[in-house]
Design a binder for this molecule. Structure first.
Ligand code: KG4
Ligand code: ZN
Length: 369
C-alpha cells in the first residue's frame, strides 16, 4: 500500500510503513484522536461526539461545534495515548485533518496538532478529510486492489473518486445540491424523528414498505454522473402536506405512513447512489468499490452494493468483458468521522518524509482533486 521508498521515519517492508502515528480529526461535530501502528493496527480510536449538543437544533451549529472541540481536544488526545498505552515519545508523526469542513472546527484540531508538533519536534502532515475516508477502508482490508472507485457518502459529501493507484485521485462526480446524509437528516428533522436522521431512518425503514411511494430518480441532462437529492426532499415534503402525514410525537408509536415514507425515501437515495456508481464502474472497470463516509453505515446501501456487484460476479451479468469489482466498507466505528482514518492516510506521507510545517492553515473547501 505504501509505495514510497524514501524514509522519513519508521521502516518499511512489503509495502507496509512501520510507524506509530497520532491522528487528529475535528472537521465537523466529532472531536477525535487515534493511535495507529503501521497504517493498519488501531491501538486506540477515541471519538467525542457532539450529537447531544446539536440535537435540539436538528443539525450542527458551527459556533457551538468549535467551542465543544476546544473543550474536548486535550482530553480526547490524552485518552487516545492512555488507551493505547503509549506516550508522546513513542509516536513518529502526527496527521491532522486540514479540510474540507467547518473552518472553526478544523482550526481547533489543526492548531492543537501544530502545538504538539512544535513541542515534541515530531513531523506533522495535513490530510484531506475525503482521503481519510478513503483510507478508512484500508485499515481492515489492507489488500484492497487498485484501480478503485470510492463512493464517499456522508452528511457533507456525496462524490465518486477514482484512483488508478495510491494517491492519484480523479473526481468522477459529486452532488449538485444536498449530500445524501443531509437529505436523510433533513427529512428526519421534518418528521420529528430525531438527529442525526440517517441511523433512525435506517432502523425505521425495516418496518416500512419501500414500494409505497414512488420517487422519480432525477436524470442529469448533460449525461454526467453527478448526484442530486433535493428533488426527493421536495417530493417528500409535498407528499407530507397533501396526505396530511403528521410529524412523529415522542413517546408514541411511529405511524405506518411515516414508516412507509422513510423506507421509500431511503430506497430512492440508495437506488440513485447505486445507479451512478454502476455507470461509473462500467466505464472505469475498477477492481474495488469502496463505500465510505457516515452514510456507508446504511444497511440497505451495504446490502444492495454487495448483492449487485457480487451477484454480477456469480451470474456473469453486467457489461461485456466486465470483471465485477469487490465491494469493501469499514466497520461502523471507522465509517463515521474518526481519527484512525486520518492517521492511516498520514502514514505513507509521513514515511516519505515531511518538513516541520508550523505555517499550515485549514481550508473549509479543500479539494482532493
Ligand atoms: O462521515 P460522517 O460521520 O460526517 C461527515 O463527514 O458528514 O457522516 C455523518 C452522516 C449523517 O448525515 C448521518 O445521518 C449519516 O452519516 N449516517 C447514516 C447512518 N449512520 C450515519 N445514514 C444512513 N444510515 C446510517 N446507518
Ligand atoms: Zn466525514
Amino acid at each position: 500500500m505504501c509505495r514510497i521508498r524514501r524514509t522519513g521515519g519508521g521502516s518499511e517492508q512489503d509495502g507496509i510503513c512501520f510507524m506509530l502515528v497520532l491522528g487528529i480529526e475535528s472537521s465537523c461535530d466529532e472531536t477525535a484522536a487515534a493511535l495507529v501502528q503501521d497504517g493498519h493496527a488501531v491501538l486506540s480510536n477515541v471519538v467525542a461526539s457532539q450529537i447531544d449538543t446539536h440535537r435540539s437544533f436538528g443539525g450542527v451549529v458551527p459556533e457551538l461545534a468549535s467551542r465543544e472541540h476546544l473543550r474536548n481536544i486535550g482530553y480526547v488526545v490524552s485518552r487516545a495515548f492512555g488507551e493505547a498505552g503509549k506516550t508522546y515519545h513513542d509516536i513518529e508523526g502526527i496527521a491532522v485533518t486540514q479540510g474540507p469542513g467547518l473552518i472553526g472546527s478544523l482550526l481547533v484540531g489543526l492548531s492543537f496538532a501544530k502545538a504538539m508538533a512544535f513541542a515534541t519536534g515530531k513531523p506533522l502532515v495535513p490530510i484531506n478529510h475525503i482521503e481519510g475516508h478513503i483510507f478508512s477502508a484500508f485499515i481492515e482490508h489492507p489488500g484492497i486492489q487498485y484501480p478503485l472507485l470510492a463512493l464517499v457518502v456522508s452528511g457533507g459529501h456525496t462524490s465518486l473518486i477514482h484512483a488508478q493507484e495510491p494517491g492519484r485521485y480523479e473526481s468522477i462526480s459529486r452532488t449538485r445540491d444536498d449530500a445524501a446524509g443531509e437529505a436523510l437528516d433533513k427529512l428526519s428533522k421534518f418528521l420529528g424523528l430525531g438527529y442525526p436522521g440517517g441511523p433512525v431512518i435506517d432502523r425505521l425503514s425495516r418496518q416500512g414498505d419501500s414500494s409505497r411511494f414512488a420517487f422519480s430518480i432525477p436524470k442529469i441532462s448533460d449525461g454526467s454522473l453527478d448526484f442530486s437529492f433535493s428533488g426527493f426532499k421536495t417530493a417528500a415534503l409535498r407528499h407530507i402536506e397533501n396526505s396530511k402525514v403528521r410529524p412523529h410525537r415522542p413517546g408514541r408509536r411511529v405511524s405506518q405512513a411515516i414508516l412507509d415514507l422513510v423506507a421509500s425515501y431511503q430506497k430512492a437515495i440508495v437506488d440513485t447512489l447505486l445507479r451512478q456508481t454502476s455507470k461509473a464502474a462500467a466505464r472505469l472497470r475498477p477492481s474495488s468499490i469502496l463505500l465510505v463516509g457516515g452514510v456507508a453505515c446504511n444497511s440497505l446501501l451495504r446490502d444492495t452494493f454487495k448483492e449487485t456487484f457480487e451477484g454480477m460476479a456469480v451470474t456473469g451479468s453486467g457489461p461485456q468483458d466486465f470483471k465485477p469489482p469487490t465491494v469493501y466498507y469499514p466497520s461502523p466505528l471507522l465509517t463515521t468521522d474518526n481519527a484512525a482514518m486520518i492517521a492511516a492516510a498520514g502514514t505513507p506521507k509521513l514515511h516519505a518524509g515531511v518538513p516541520l510545517q508550523l505555517d499550515l492553515n485549514a481550508f473549509a473547501d479543500l479539494r482532493l482533486c
